[in-house]
Design a protein around this ligand. Sequence first.
Ligand code: NDP
Length: 314
Amino acid sequence: MEYRNLGKSGLKVSELSFGSWVTFVNQLGLKTATNCMSYAYEHGVNFFDNAEAYASGKSEILMGKILKKLNWTRDTYIVSSKAFWGGQLPTQKGLSKKHLHDACNAALKRLQVEYLDLYFCHRPDPETPIIETVYAMNDLIYQGKILYWGTSEWSAKEIKKAHDEAEKNNLRGPLMEQPQYNILHRDRFEKEYKPLYKKYGLGTTIWSPLASGLLTGKYDKGIPKKSRFTVKGYEWLGESLNSVDLKKIRNVQKIATSLGITPSQLSILWCLKNENVSTVILGASNLKQLKENLDSINHRELVDNKIISKINKK
Ligand code: NDP
């Protein structure tokens, strides 16, 4: 495992990390989730991603139990949460000072930790002035409840505004953004955010490197049983099949076969090739998948610039 600085910070994050969206609680119970986190940690993963919205808080409860049981020392891992979708009532969502304060305290309790390393605004909130959010995140930093703050799926304009407001008020702007980035979903990361990497030293913790599994090729002949698109409440993900670029997916399969690796491994290595990626957050619904995905780094020398352009050309 290699470690990359999270943007301009000194925080060393493992190039591959592990997240809990959809999988924790819905697909992974205590035993398998423990095995996955344990395997990941033993293989160099130091960052575990979560959010208040995941399984309506139950994903954090599960991860908290595991962190307690595994008893790793707190200085050896990074854990995150994200705020935005907390509950149905007006005070339970969005990025107001109140919701960020309440959501952070609730996440700390559920995860059973004293502080969060990374705390994200899970989406932009057009109904809260950005300066209020910037202040609220800085307050959480001063209170020692979070170390670094960032955004997820904010536009470049919104990230810039947060930095402008922070600078005017001598506060810290967002250190990192958590966007979707994979072979099928590239524009925002590569084009819209391009000026931000240098200007603000923006780090990135990228999500869905396999486009929820599409890039594994498992959906080539429809939706297989027990795959993510059949998980209750996530059937909407299946809509992506109507617009997916099958030619691209088949090309990835072809190149992966020629290299003797799996399409998942090639897709993950493709993400890692981009130097603006600080960490690729992996998802897995069983240990076998996680092992395969983590093993990708043992084949990194196979994926050179020629292979990358072969993938990008299609
Ligand atoms: P992926 O795109 O890698 O999808 C993971 C899913 O793909 C698995 O759960 C599994 O689904 C399938 N899969 C993974 N590996 C394999 C394999 N080797 N062979 C076959 N199938 C495989 O990542 P996620 O979408 O899970 O995103 C990763 C993390 O990013 C999340 O856990 C979360 O922490 C974060 N995230 C953040 C978001 C944000 O808005 N900030 C949004 C989404 C995710 P199955 O077996 O069920 O088919």
